[in-house]
Write a protein that binds this ligand. Structure first.
Ligand SMILES: Nc1ncnc2c1ncn2[C@@H]1O[C@H](COP(=O)(O)OP(=O)(O)O)[C@@H](O)[C@H]1O
Ligand SMILES: [Mg+2]
Length: 147
């Protein structure tokens, strides 16, 4: 299905593995330099979706994709470099964290950001916005739009 810029695609996931599959599909839309901003409360499934995206981008299965909550960034090598940022622990992104993010955004890698609201002003002009919300314990609504 072809979608217009800004058009929202909406998915309903009823399990962790379904969210990973959606991530794998989403990966097909990403090219070097793409930035994905992942919104959603704790436990929404942002990291789970990133695992699916990483799988879709050819990250070897023995590479453990986990949340970079404490270290701010994880870097993986697949079809291109993948930068997985998590700004949960940063109130407002600035200084070296901001500089590091900019280097990722304007690189030939693919950057995935959890808690992008902590540094919204740093996001590039064009990016993919993903919003994940809880429907119940195992059901999530995943909305994707181009910004
Ligand atoms: N449909 C679903 N999609 C994603 N995760 C789900 C789903 N249903 C239940 N879960 C659970 O919710 C949690 C999501 O965790 P995680 O991906 O780390 O969230 P976040 O990164 O948004 O804080 C996991 O424990 C996962 O097993
Ligand atoms: Mg997470």
């Amino acid at each position: 299905m072809k979608k217009k810029l800004g058009a929202i695609s909406r998915w309903v996931s009823s399990s962790e593995s379904e969210t990973k599959k959606i991530g794998k599909l989403l990966a097909k839309k990403l090219i070097p330099g793409s930035v994905v901003a992942l919104y959603g409360e704790l436990g929404a499934g942002k990291t789970t979706l990133v695992k699916g995206i990483a799988d879709g981008l050819g990250i070897r299965s023995q590479t453990k994709v986990s949340s970079p909550t404490f270290v701010v960034i994880h870097e993986y090598s697949g079809k291109c470099k993948i930068y997985h940022l998590d700004w949960y622990r940063i109130k407002k992104v600035k200084g070296v964290d901001a500089q590091m993010a900019q280097e990722c955004f304007y690189s030939q890698g693919i950057t995935l950001v959890e808690w992008p609201q902590r540094g919204e002003n740093l996001l590039p002009e064009h990016f993919l916005e993903v919003r994940i919300s809880h429907q119940n314990l195992t059901t999530r609504i995943i909305e994707v739009s181009a910004k």
